[in-house]
Design a protein around this ligand. Structure first.
Ligand code: TYD
Ligand code: MG
Length: 455
């Protein structure tokens, strides 16, 4: 066997170096290199002669639908694409304290209450602590197997002895280690090896596997990207600390759509599912104030109404401030530039603040028109017409472009009692009770705000 040498592996991106350096050349992270034992080199020159020939088959070999194990939490099941697939691995990442352990514990208890055999293994908390938390959450499932362990060898032995579970939860993958690798838990090679072992178990014994993963300070799941490639599903649990909303977002799913979200609220009794997020995000909206516009957005297959708030105020600074929460700063700069160049508005000496209410993060360009409406409303100090929703993409030329799923957005707005929608041309037929104002140019928006010289 080749002598295993030491190498230095970036804990942020997984790049390996032969000597230590302060900064990773690949990802630019400082002080992220840690010494790890290099894996023994693979023998060169594989000959096909001695292999066992694999069999090929046609597309019809696959069963029509994978069997699904519904968790019984509709928000989670939807993000998973309809439930757990036995033999698959799901990685859940998120900031510390966001509620990952609470989510997986609740899911395990829910499964347990339906007679599904779950094992929950924590590398971070003692069994008594988990049991205490479960009691506080009002969960007490005799069917749930709890353990506190870090050694994968011990965990595999324990599962061997007490029987294979249907669902295995590992909280968290960064605290697990395999004892035939010489580096600390949480390092790239340990994380990779532990995930490999667990996936091997899951695939060979048809166990559905939940892995909790820590994230780095810029929000990636810690450890090598390769872990994300190894698992079948990657979910991120997000939310603003100060808000109670938590959003479970699927970024990779071999068994379902990737743009689905599940909405939860963190309460004293754990995570509560939010079946109607629009009502929640608009829940404590005040009256019609200048600078507020309700955006009819889509999150995955589901329409979601949120309030976008803008504040345009005279600046006392030489370089006015632009601050954005929940949206893209570059996109805000673009919408403001189009409003200045095509509509003759001037934001010049003003600070501009933009906020998506409720701690939600919006990625859709369809929010452009709602942002523009909120900005103009604040700049002119005039509220938008009452009971109005807005959506549409803005081009650099100042046109308002149609966006995807316009009818679903309008239906959701009508369902929640809105009476007026500002939309791109070609938005289709309005549902009953909803009046449409369709624009093809951004300049036409100004007509809603008398005194801005709009046409
Ligand atoms: P936790 O699931 O431990 O987070 P993670 O595993 O992602 O680090 O959640 C911890 C936070 O959730 C903690 O700050 C308190 C809060 N919390 C509640 O508000 N209500 C509850 O019922 C529970 C269990 C936790
Ligand atoms: Mg935790």
């Amino acid at each position: 066997m080749a002598r295993s040498e030491e190498r230095f592996v970036c804990q942020n991106c997984g790049s390996a170096y032969s000597r230590w350096q302060g900064r990773c050349d690949d990802c630019g992270e400082w002080n992220s290199l840690v010494a790890e034992a290099a894996p023994a080199a693979l023998p060169k020159g594989l000959k096909a002669g001695r292999g066992r020939a694999i069999e090929f088959s046609g597309l019809d070999a696959a069963p029509a639908e994978e069997p699904r194990l519904a968790v019984g939490m509709p928000e989670l099941d939807r993000v998973l694409g309809g439930g757990l697939v036995p033999g698959s691995a799901i990685l859940i990442g998120g900031d510390p304290g966001i509620g990952k352990s609470t989510l997986v514990l609740q899911a395990a208890a829910k499964l347990g209450s339906r007679g599904i055999d779950c094992a929950y293994i924590s590398g971070e908390e003692a069994v008594a602590q988990i049991a205490l938390r479960a009691r506080r959450l009002g969960l007490s499932q005799p069917k749930l197997r709890l353990a506190a362990a870090n050694s994968l060898r011990d965990i595999l032995a324990g599962l061997e002895k007490s029987g294979r579970p249907d669902v295995l939860v590992i909280d968290s993958i960064q605290t697990m280690y395999v004892d035939n690798i010489d580096s600390a838990p949480g390092t790239v090679s340990q994380v990779r090896a532990s995930v490999q072992e667990l996936i091997r178990l899951a695939k060979s014994r048809d166990v559905a596997l939940f892995l909790v993963g820590h994230v780095t300070k810029d929000g990636q799941i810690a450890g090598p990207r390769v872990v994300e490639h190894m698992v079948d599903t990657v979910l991120y649990f997000e939310g603003e600390r100060g808000h109670q909303f938590r959003i479970l977002r699927s970024v990779k799913n071999r068994f379902g759509a990737t743009d689905e979200i599940g909405v939860f609220a963190m309460t004293d009794g754990g995570l509560a599912e939010v079946a109607n997020p629009s009502a929640l995000f608009l829940g404590n909206r005040g009256g019609n104030v200048p600078g507020a516009a309700v955006f009819a957005g889509m999150e995955g297959s589901r329409p979601l109404l949120v309030e976008i708030q803008a504040l345009v105020a005279p600046s006392s600074l030489g370089t006015p401030r632009r601050a954005v929460v929940g949206w893209d700063g570059g996109r805000l700069a673009m919408v403001m530039a189009v409003l200045e160049a095509r509509c003759g508005l001037a934001f010049g000496g003003n600070d501009v603040y933009l906020n998506v209410a409720g701690g939600l993060r919006i990625n859709e360009p369809a929010a452009d028109l709602a942002v523009a409406a909120a900005l103009v409303s604040s700049l002119t100090d005039q509220p938008l017409p009452e009971e109005t929703v807005v959506f549409g993409e803005i081009s650099l030329a100042g046109e308002v472009r149609p966006v995807a799923r316009m009818e679903a957005r309008l239906r959701e707005a009508a369902k929640l009692g809105f009476r007026h929608a500002i939309v791109p041309q070609g938005a289709g037929r309005a549902p009953d009770g909803l009046r449409l104002s369709a624009f093809d140019r951004l300049a036409a928006l100004l007509a809603l705000f008398p005194g801005t010289g709009g046409n």
